[in-house]
Design a protein around this ligand. Structure first.
Ligand SMILES: NC(=O)c1ccc[n+]([C@@H]2O[C@H](COP(=O)([O-])OP(=O)(O)OC[C@H]3O[C@@H](n4cnc5c(N)ncnc54)[C@H](OP(=O)(O)O)[C@@H]3O)[C@@H](O)[C@H]2O)c1
Length: 224
């Protein structure tokens, strides 16, 4: 039975991913930062407390999981920050926080757990990015805080795909679509179930041939 570890698994897409992989029969581990959120995790999954921006918490998680192979490390936790920050009133403190959560944390998760992934059969890392981080597809402008964080995460993904290739690890970035979660809002195009139905197929279909790619939830490549 393969093992997946999903960060930010207490609500939204992370929770739906946990439900899906439990249903698929995978050993499913999820991180939450609030113990109350752990109660939402599906039966059969295992919950770990971890704020992914907290290096000590990540070191604790790595200690708790020492020697445990992780087939898929799914770095899902993320934040948007304030919407539509007008030129002239950019909140730089918030921007720094978004970078800590969306860029530094996934990198630190990989640093903490790469050994577990390398010890597994599948050896895959999936970064939850966003089409909003694509330079090639940015025709609308705006949202510089979130866009720049996901663009930086894409750069991290690409470099890790090269750096970890000698250890047989495949690293990809994915876009879940615009999804009805706290972040996406109720008007979003997709339900979490529909998004995760696609994302889980993407995960199941991952192979070294896809190393270093940026994939939509339907598996179609997205321009960096
Ligand atoms: N929804 C969309 O339309 C959409 C589109 C493109 C990309 N995405 C990406 O998909 C991912 C999940 O988004 P979502 O829509 O499910 O958002 P969400 O409903 O707002 O959930 C965000 C998740 O990230 C966790 N998180 C945030 N900061 C954290 C931290 N410091 N440590 C640990 N966990 C933290 C949250 O945990 P708490 O419950 O503890 O806050 C929560 O589980 C994000 O990376 C997001 O950027 C979403």
């Amino acid at each position: 039975m393969p093992t997946i570890l999903i960060t930010g698994a207490g609500r939204g897409l992370g929770l739906e991913l946990a439900r899906r992989f439990v249903a698929l029969g995978w050993e499913t581990l999820g991180t939450v930062r609030d113990p109350a959120k752990g109660a939402a995790m599906p039966k059969g999954s295992q919950t770990f407390l971890c704020d992914v921006t907290d290096r000590a918490a990540l070191a604790r998680l790595a200690r708790d999981l020492a020697g445990k192979p992780i087939d898929v490390l799914f770095c899902n936790a993320g934040m948007f920050g304030k919407r539509q920050q007008a030129l002239g009133s950019v909140d730089y403190e918030l921007w720094a926080e978004v970078m800590r959560v969306n860029v530094f944390a996934p990198m630190a998760c990989v640093e903490a757990l790469a050994g577990n992934v390398a010890a597994s059969a599948r050896r895959q890392v999936v970064m939850m990015s966003s089409r909003m981080g694509s330079m090639g597809e940015n025709a609308a402008g705006g949202e510089v805080v979130y866009r720049s964080s996901k663009a930086a995460l894409n750069a991290v993904t690409k470099s890790l795909s090269i750096d970890l290739a000698p250890r047989g690890i495949t690293v990809v970035a994915v876009h879940p679509g615009w999804v009805q979660t706290d972040m996406g809002g109720p008007k979003a195009a997709l339900t979490p179930e529909a998004s995760v139905a696609g994302l889980s197929q993407v995960v199941l279909g991952l192979s070294p041939a896809l190393n270093g790619s940026f994939l939509n939830h339907d598996g179609v490549p997205i321009a960096w």
